[in-house]
Design a protein around this ligand. Structure first.
Ligand code: SAM
Length: 399
């Protein structure tokens, strides 16, 4: 995600402020119920997903211009068009037209709309588009967008799931900026051991960060990271995402045959846990501003941390998925057909303003200083041989 434009100083609306107050009270209770120390992973789970109160489930405006951040599908339809063009041979030749598209965390629904429109244009058949979305208000937003933009027979084939499909599918899976939204443990390396960072309540009733010796479930994986990528300096702060491997396994369990494309900001593990990255990657986004205090504005601010793509690859191979591709977003999009999609737009008689907007989006999506290098694309697959890999740099050796 990108902070889209300079911050504005608009006060929170009273409804949002009241929800945030209720979430704060509930967090204070949770800290007490946990004995005075709530592990950060539990805090993040509640701050983002506590029913009715968390950032992703309380109706606050989040995505796009005017929200808290802008994602690639919000920036331009070229993102979804390129992904659909790249995946078309898999849908047509590997999966034979009867495939499911399964999208996790579909945001405003734009990616789904752009993918479906491109498949229509390319005459690639698909059976159904399923969306797994934990946020009721984003689900409503997706429904409104797709009902307004898709043909009736296409919209009739879109459905929202409350849980992962039970029977394995022949499918293409999409997850753009979903893994970064899964809660993380926050830890510190101090005095030669791992400390779990969590949340306590100060004398004045405010939430404060606190530390305690990490339990083995956190200390052991983090000590392995330190052994492999340290020595870390005293006070080194970083994150570890316990739910990531289970998420990858869940995707694998859904996939009898197909490809899963994961796009997110992140690094290979050696870069993530490099000694120089002494403050980790956890940040908040609020009103288009990056906020470094993770306890600021619970319920009103998004919280996110980068993805350890080596961990994704390891979890995938452990459950029999092949890592088919791994590259930076910029080089990936350029090799996957973005220039051709852009040229087609320019040649289609768009006016100069639209062409300039599209050119600006291409820059944002691909330039190293924008989203081109910070975002990574990983394709995992099973039983597919038609993914067009020529032209996509192979960075799997960095994992
Ligand atoms: C940063 S937003 C990205 C939205 C969209 N993919 C985009 O790129 O614009 C994260 C999305 O993931 C969803 N999400 C978070 N955890 C999820 C999970 N476990 N399963 C499915 N969706 C999830 C959120 O509700 C939200 O829609």
């Amino acid at each position: 995600m990108m902070p889209p434009k300079p911050s504005t100083n608009v006060p929170d609306d009273p409804v949002a402020a009241a929800v945030a107050e209720r979430l704060h009270a509930s967090l204070v209770q949770s800290v007490a119920a946990a004995g005075g120390f709530l592990p950060f992973v539990d805090y993040m789970q509640a701050a983002l997903y506590a029913p009715g109160l968390g950032y992703y489930v309380n109706g606050a405006h989040k995505l796009g211009h005017g929200g808290d951040f802008v994602t690639a599908p919000e920036l331009s339809p070229l993102f979804g068009e390129t992904l659909a063009t790249w995946l078309a041979p898999v849908l047509r030749d590997d999966l034979g037209g009867g495939a499911t598209l399964l999208e996790f965390g579909a945001g405003s629904g734009r990616l789904a709309g752009d993918v479906i429109a491109t498949l229509r244009e390319l005459r690639v058949p698909w059976q159904r588009y399923w969306i797994v979305e934990v946020s009721p208000d984003l689900r409503a937003r997706q429904q409104a967008h797709l009902e307004a933009t898709l043909a009736a027979d296409e919209y009739a084939r879109v459905a929202w799931l409350d849980h992962l499909p039970r029977a394995p599918l022949r499918a293409v899976v999409l997850a753009n900026e979903v893994l970064d939204a899964l809660p993380v443990e926050l830890f510190r390396w101090r005095e030669g051991r791992v400390w779990q960072v969590g949340v306590g309540v100060g004398a004045d009733g405010t939430l404060t960060l606190a530390e305690r010796p990490a339990p083995p479930t956190l200390a052991e994986p983090v000590a392995r990271l330190q052994d492999a990528h340290g020595p870390w300096p005293e006070g080194y702060l970083s994150e570890w995402r316990p739910a990531q491997a289970a998420w990858v396994k869940g995707v694998s369990d859904c996939l009898r045959q197909g490809v899963a494309v994961i796009v997110d900001y992140g690094f290979p593990r050696s870069a993530y846990y490099a000694p120089e990255r002494r403050e980790g990657t956890l940040v908040g986004y609020y009103r288009q501003q990056m906020i470094l205090d993770p306890l600021a504005r619970p319920g009103l601010m998004d919280l996110t941390a980068s993805v350890d793509f080596t961990g994704v690859a390891e979890a995938a191979t452990a459950v029999g998925l092949e890592v088919l591709a791994y590259a930076g977003q910029g080089e990936f999009l350029l090799g996957a057909g973005l220039p051709q999609r852009f040229e087609a737009r320019v040649g289609s008689g768009e006016d100069a303003r639209q062409t300039l907007q599209a050119a600006q989006a291409v820059r944002m999506l691909t330039l190293p200083g924008e989203m081109g290098e910070r975002f990574q694309v990983m394709a995992l697959g099973r039983g597919c041989s038609h993914l067009p890999l020529d032209g996509i740099p192979d960075r799997r050796g960095r994992l």
